[in-house]
Design a protein around this ligand. Structure first.
Ligand SMILES: N[C@@H](CCC(=O)N[C@@H](CS)C(=O)NCC(=O)O)C(=O)O
Length: 222
C-alpha cells in the first residue's frame, strides 16, 4: 500500500476531520505535527496556495482542504463507507456538509466580539443551530442514522470546539433545553471511540483557546 501521511495541527478541527475519517476506515498513516508559526518547507510545498493544514499526502501526492480530503479518502478507501450509497441520501449528506462549511463562521463569530455586536452574532449562531436541530438531525443518533458518517465528521467542530470557546467566553450556545437533539448528537459523537481518543486534551485546548481569542481580538482592534 502506498504511504499515507497527514500534516496537521493538534488543535485544528480541520486536521481532526482527516484523522477521524482515516481511523474510521482503518487506514494506517504517519502524522506530522506542524508548527503553524514556523511552517515546514514540506507544508509550504504541498499547500502553496493556502499554506494551511491539513494536508494528506498519498503516495507522495498532496491533497489539501479538509472536505476535499474527506471525499478523496472516501473514494480511495471505500471500505467502511462514510456516505450513503443511495443517490438521494448522498445528495442530502452533501447538502448538510455544504451547510456546515458555509455556516461554520456564523457559529464562532460570538467568541470574537463583545457587547451589542456579540449579542447580534449569538442570535445568528442560534438560528443556524436551530436549523440543524429542526431539519438536519430529526430523531436520529447521527446525521445518517445509527452510524457516524462524513456529515458528522464535518459537523465535528460544532461540538467540542463550540463548547470550549463557549466556556472561555461565557456564552453557552449548546443549551440542552433549546437544542436537545443537537446537544444529544454532540454527546453521541464524543462517545464514538475514534472521536473520544483523538479529541485534544481539554485543559491544553482551553489554554490555547484563550490565547487564540486574545490574539484575534487584538488583531481586529488594530
Ligand atoms: N478550509 C480549510 C481550513 C484549514 C485551516 O483553517 N487550517 C488552519 C488551522 S485550524 C491553519 O492551517 N492555519 C494556518 C494559517 O492560517 O496560517 C480546510 O477545511 O482544510
Amino acid at each position: 500500500m502506498e504511504e499515507v501521511k497527514v500534516h496537521g495541527f493538534w488543535a485544528s478541527p480541520f486536521s481532526h476531520r482527516v484523522i477521524w475519517a482515516l481511523k474510521l476506515k482503518g487506514v494506517k498513516y504517519e502524522y506530522i505535527e506542524e508548527d503553524l508559526q514556523n511552517k515546514s518547507q514540506l507544508l509550504l510545498q504541498y499547500n502553496p496556495i493556502h499554506k494551511k493544514v491539513p494536508v494528506l499526502v498519498h503516495g507522495g501526492k498532496p491533497v489539501v482542504e479538509s472536505l476535499v480530503i474527506l471525499e478523496y479518502i472516501e473514494e480511495t478507501w471505500p471500505e467502511n463507507p462514510l456516505v450513503p450509497e443511495d443517490a438521494y441520501e448522498k445528495a442530502m449528506a452533501r447538502f448538510w456538509i455544504k451547510f456546515a462549511e458555509e455556516k461554520g463562521c456564523t457559529c464562532f463569530n460570538p467568541f470574537f466580539l463583545t457587547g451589542e455586536a456579540q449579542e447580534k452574532t449569538i442570535e445568528e449562531a442560534m438560528e443556524v443551530l436551530k436549523i440543524v436541530e429542526d431539519r438536519g438531525l430529526g430523531d436520529k443518533k447521527f446525521f445518517g442514522g445509527e452510524a457516524i458518517g462524513l456529515v458528522d465528521i464535518t459537523f465535528g467542530l460544532f461540538g467540542y470546539w463550540l463548547e470550549c470557546f463557549g466556556e472561555e467566553v461565557g456564552v453557552k450556545l449548546l443549551e440542552p433545553s433549546i437544542l436537545p437533539r443537537f446537544c444529544a448528537w454532540v454527546q453521541n459523537f464524543k462517545e464514538v471511540a475514534v472521536i473520544k481518543e483523538t479529541l485534544p486534551d481539554r485543559k491544553k485546548y482551553m489554554a490555547y483557546c484563550k490565547c487564540l481569542r486574545e490574539k484575534l481580538m487584538t488583531n481586529s482592534a488594530k
